[in-house]
Design a protein around this ligand. Structure first.
Ligand code: S3P
Length: 441
């Protein structure tokens, strides 16, 4: 099958109203927490992507009832630690680090040995970052040199732990928080700032959580519980998916878009803060709070003058999924942009810091990359005319979608592989791009 798209024309001016799919982080968290809540939980606008489908499939294998249709998803659960542990279960986390790592936190109680595997990309990623602290609860993990497949041997009596999360990884923090619910006692986490959806959901569910916010990190205390109440949730639109359209619009000529009902949780809006520093104006209107999360409508217009920046490293975790796009803005900005302390970017679905540099090289943008930084020499007059081929064999969805944005804004003749990768996080991506009038073959 030919999974390549071909783009040879920049996008023509547009003015559109877009509805973006549900937030991935919240969709996975809703399903995992609902699987621990006694009774029936219901969600609307759950993201229908492969990462979320893998989550629901794993839960079903663990004996949780799931009804998913066009309009809503219901999860009916036996409550905390109510999984059914059949012998020889193999759970497949697919492409999803969030699923793989958070689910492990819920499995420290597993009665039989459970195997977790993942696709080619996930099998290259580090899991010691969660198995090491999870072992302190008492569970035993047999890893493949710190990677998947991993076999979990649970403990009957998980003990609360102390954990210092120093990467700014919400996946690690959340995995430990979920495991902590299963203990008798208080787990204490010192965590570098990262997205706080799990904390907000715990608070909304009245779970015993205490958070002390310091300048650079949070102290989070989670007490074990016996029961979790059901969770009904309307998932807002994903800011990380919205970012492809925000940056497409910023880099295009004479265009504008409105995106409604986007989750603008301040721990996720690094991209908006960085864009503002670079001269892109994103108007935020109709702000409201929904179950602890901030939601708003976003309005973006094309920007003619883009400024280079020295990106504040404190925004790294907040914008971690958007850097490939931010690098494209830096490519068009006047001056040299600097991005430092970004080694975590190479820990994603593929080594995205190196990929960022590779894409810029192909576009003819000078850049200097190290293992944790990139310096980008912007060129506001760049017009690409040559052929560019992006062969992204690990099928990284964000590399594919960012390359499409580059092709539609900088010109040139692009062949981009693999279009099926969008199913991971944003299945309607190409339809939406076409809706805006883009010519894609
Ligand atoms: C996520 C956290 C981030 C992010 C990922 C989703 C989450 O990963 O890159 O796409 O839902 O917790 P890390 O926590 O490993 O940085």
């Amino acid at each position: 099958m030919n999974n390549t798209v071909k783009i040879s024309q920049v996008i023509q001016p547009y003015n559109k109203n877009l509805k973006i799919e549900g937030d991935k982080s919240l969709s996975i968290r809703w399903a995992l927490l609902a699987s621990q809540a006694l009774g029936k939980s219901k969600s609307f606008n759950l993201l229908k992507s492969e990462d979320v489908m893998s989550t629901l499939k794993c839960l079903k294998q663990l004996g949780v009832k799931v009804n998913f249709n066009k309009n809503f998803c219901e999860i009916i659960s036996k409550g905390l630690n109510g999984f059914k542990y059949k012998k020889k279960i193999i759970l497949d986390a697919g492409n999803s680090g969030t699923l793989g790592r958070l689910l492990m936190g819920l499995l420290i109680h597993a009665k039989n040995k459970i195997k977790i595997k993942g696709d080619q990309s996930l099998s290259k990623r580090d899991f010691l970052r969660v198995t090491k602290p999870l072992e302190k609860f008492g569970a035993i993990f047999k890893t493949n040199s710190g990677k998947l497949p991993i076999i979990i041997n649970g403990t009957k009596n998980p003990k609360p732990i102390y954990f210092y999360e120093n990467r700014g990884s919400a996946q690690c923090k959340s995995s430990i928080m979920l495991a902590a619910l299963n203990t008798r006692g208080i787990t204490k986490i010192k965590a570098k700032k990262s997205r706080d959806h799990t904390e907000l959901l715990f608070k909304h569910l009245n779970l015993p959580i205490k958070i002390i916010k310091k300048k650079k990190f949070d102290l989070i205390h989670v007490k074990g519980v016996k029961k979790i109440k059901t969770l009904n949730y309307k998932i807002p639109s994903d800011i990380s998916s919205s970012a492809f359209f925000i940056i497409l619009t910023a880099l295009s000529k004479n265009s504008q878009i409105q995106i409604r009902n986007v989750n603008i949780n301040p721990t996720r809006t690094g991209v908006l803060k960085i864009l503002k520093m670079m001269g892109v104006k994103v108007k935020i209107k109709n702000k409201k709070i929904y179950k602890g999360e901030e939601i708003a409508d976003l309005f973006v217009k094309s920007t003619t003058k883009l400024k280079a920046i020295k990106c504040p490293t404190k925004l790294n975790s907040e914008a971690i999924d958007e850097f490939l796009l931010i690098f494209l803005v830096a490519a068009k900005a006047k001056g040299i942009s600097y991005f430092n302390k970004l080694s975590e970017l190479n820990q994603k679905e593929s080594p995205r810091l190196f990929w960022g540099s590779k894409i810029l090289n192909k576009m003819g943008i000078k850049n200097i990359v190290t293992k944790d930084s990139i310096k980008i020499y912007g060129n506001p007059n760049l017009k690409i005319e040559k052929k560019i081929v992006i062969r992204n064999f690990l099928k990284d969805h964000r590399i594919f979608m960012s390359s499409v944005v580059a092709a539609l804004t900088f010109g040139g003749h692009w062949e981009i592989f693999d279009k099926t990768s969008v199913d991971t996080s944003f299945p309607s991506f190409l339809n939406k791009i076409r809706e805006l009038g883009a010519e894609i073959r």
